[in-house]
Design a protein around this ligand. Structure first.
Ligand code: PGA
Length: 250
């Protein structure tokens, strides 16, 4: 069985201006003062802050990522940001297919796949999000929905640095609700099986993150589940202490 280094990624969403840098400085201090994290730590701030964050986080070993990218490298796409641009700002990861993009911007699985390929082309590791809605969970089709998303949104090939899958039940994001530990473990087992069937050994080593109301009080229980190789953390990544407590739960 492949040894997987866990990864905790903070998704700041559309939050963060210059004042937020104080929290990042505090986090870098906590990480440096401690024994060192037992996981890879990534912060995905708004693109406007990427470069400034990198100058603070680099010495603490914390890396950065974007929250989205356009499938093209450049061109007439007003307001969009390409994977190449994120990489140019020092990002190493990029979230693609977050449900807030799927729902708020009508993004399809196919588009998500194109974005993941663009990430590959720029040397970024895409964090590809999947997850069911509350209705889908209640009607018993959660697994079918997630398998459908994996089939359409994951790239056919592995890519230079691979990819990460984040399982984020839409109804758990920002709500304080989470699936039962049993349901999380079941879905992660389903995703692992899919990855191994399609990518062989690479699929065995692919990180599968859980996301959706991961907090300091539940992180330890979630992160110890089989096939949970880290977390994608929204709200709790904005405060240095909360995020550090989640990092320390690994
Ligand atoms: P949350 O967000 O931790 O605030 O629920 C997670 C996410 O959207 O990635």
């Amino acid at each position: 069985m492949a040894q997987i280094t866990p990864l905790i990624a903070g998704n700041w969403k559309m939050n963060g201006t210059t004042v937020q840098l104080g929290e990042v400085e505090r986090l870098a201090e906590l990480v440096t003062e401690g024994d060192g994290p037992r996981c890879t730590v990534v912060i995905c701030p708004p693109a406007t802050m990427l470069e400034r964050l990198n100058t603070i986080t680099a010495s603490a070993g914390i890396v950065t990522g974007g929250q989205d990218c356009h499938p093209a490298a450049h061109g007439p796409h007003t307001g969009d940001i390409s994977a190449q641009m994120l990489s140019d700002c020092g990002a190493q990861y990029v979230i693609v297919g977050h449900s807030e993009r799927r729902l708020g911007h009508g993004e399809t699985d196919h588009l998500v796949q194109q974005k993941a390929l663009a990430a590959f082309a720029s040397g970024l590791v895409p964090i590809i999000c999947v997850g069911e809605s509350e209705d889908e969970r209640e009607s018993g089709s959660a697994e079918k929905v997630v398998l459908g998303q994996l089939a359409e949104a994951l790239p056919d090939n592995w890519g230079p640095f691979g990819f990460i899958v984040a399982y984020e039940p839409v109804w758990a994001i920002g709500t304080g609700k989470t699936p039962t530990m049993h349901d999380i473990e079941d879905m992660h087992a389903t995703i692992r099986k899919y990855l191994v069937e399609h990518y062989g050994e690479n699929g065995e080593g692919t990180r599968i993150l859980y996301g959706g109301s991961m907090k300091p009080y539940n992180a330890r229980d979630i992160l110890r589940l089989k096939n949970v190789n880290g977390g994608l953390v929204g709200g709790a990544s904005l405060l240095a202490n909360d995020f550090y407590n989640i990092i320390s739960a690994v």
